[in-house]
Write a protein that binds this ligand. Structure first.
Ligand SMILES: Cc1ncc(COP(=O)(O)O)c(C=O)c1O
Length: 372
């Protein structure tokens, strides 16, 4: 699905010397590389605060701790996303409220959010799924009306833009009150291990969160709040500094590959290609995800694997049907889109090193199968 080796070969010299510098400096934890990466990512995103941490799941959890959400508070998020988003809500004894997504963008449906709001609702977590921005204008308007926090889960969307109706353009992850991201190796900005970060323009929240990631300390050995130990290490930070300089190029390479896939699949009645809701720069194609119509999707998965083509089904089960998150309040009729998507979606290889020959082979293999 990804070609991390091919990407590494392109930046090997810079990566190797950066890692060696960290090893020689022995500043493995909270060293200058972490600080420099933080500043460079703040500049790139045009956000006041980036707080690095150990992974994207921690980033979500720490964000919710930082906002002071309390057991029983309801947090609305998408039914069609990676489990990390709902997992931390449940872990903190908040009440997850899963809602359906839109059939074209696969992102949380603002109308479904409106229907799910109760007096206990405290936050909305939109996920910029597969790299495309959620409808932030609508979500921010709902949040304002009901006095809710918006936590953007930007694990799949880093580097993408959002164009607001007011004419402004912002990077995803800088629009809500706070955002989380993941630097898992296969992410658009991925390190060589685990990593994550939190972004916010709120000075007080940033201060609170900086203490939470470090055992609740604002002054050494003074533990003012309950915290966690969640750090990005210096080796990951130095790798991310190199890769951040390439992020726009990487995202453009993904968009180019996506365009080629979409051209090749045009006019195929059994294939629905990804819909870019706004301008091209609002999608960074973390995944290139098709809907397979009236054909056995799982048979296609097998056929691709038999032909040496990796593919993924993100995601095969709606979160509301996962054993860990079953809840009597959910009604199947409230999830028509997610229930359909889980049967139809298939994600094709998507990375920065895809060449025309690979794309031709993949598209031909898919097209031959769906038309047989
Ligand atoms: C939407 C989403 N949220 C959160 C995460 C969690 O990130 P991590 O694996 O770094 O904990 C992921 C990672 O796959 C993700 O895709």
């Amino acid at each position: 699905m990804v070609d991390l080796k091919g990407q590494y070969e392109q930046i090997k010299e810079r990566i190797d010397s950066s890692i060696l510098n960290v090893v020689e400096s022995t500043a493995f934890i909270n060293g200058p590389e972490v600080h420099s990466f933080q500043k460079e990512l703040e500049d790139y995103l045009d956000v006041k605060h980036v707080i690095p941490c150990a992974n994207g799941t921690d980033a979500l959890q720490i964000t919710m701790m930082g906002l002071g959400l309390q057991p029983g508070d309801e947090v609305i998020t998408a039914d069609f996303t990676f489990a990390a988003t709902v997992e931390v809500i449940a872990l903190l004894q908040l009440t997850p409220v899963l809602v359906d997504v839109e059939p074209d963008s696969f992102n949380i449906d603002p109308e479904a959010i409106k229907r799910a709001i109760t007096p206990k609702t405290k936050a909305i977590v939109p996920v910029h799924l597969f790299g495309q921005s959620a409808n932030m204008d609508a979500i921010m308007a709902i949040a304002k009306e009901h006095n809710l926090y918006v936590i953007e889960d930007n694990a799949q969307g880093i580097g993408g833009n959002y164009h607001s109706k007011d004419g402004s353009t912002s990077k995803t992850g800088t629009i809500g009150h706070v955002a989380s991201t993941s630097f898992f190796p296969s992410k658009n900005l991925g390190c060589y291990g685990d990593g994550g970060a939190i972004f916010t323009n709120d000075d007080d929240l940033a201060h609170t969160i900086r203490g939470i990631v470090n055992h609740g300390m604002y002054q050494r050995y003074h533990h003012d709040v309950i915290g966690v130990n969640s750090r990005l290490d210096s080796i990951q930070a130095t790798i991310l500094r190199v890769k951040l300089t390439n992020l726009d190029r990487y995202n453009n390479a993904r968009r180019e590959a996506a365009k080629k896939y979409t051209v090749a699949f045009a006019n195929q009645k059994h294939i629905s290609t990804p819909v870019i809701i706004d301008k091209e720069d609002t999608h960074v194609f973390h995944q290139y995800t098709l809907r397979i119509i009236d054909i056995d999707r799982d048979a296609l998965v097998k056929h691709l694997n038999d032909n040496g083509i990796p593919c993924g089904v993100y995601y095969p089960i709606p979160l509301h049907s996962q054993k860990a998150y079953l809840d009597k309040r959910y009604n199947e009729a409230d999830f028509p889109v997610t229930n359909q998507l889980v049967k139809e979606v298939i994600s094709l290889p998507m990375h920065t090193e895809l060449d025309n020959e690979q794309i031709d082979f993949i598209t031909k293999t898919v097209i031959d199968f769906v038309n047989q």
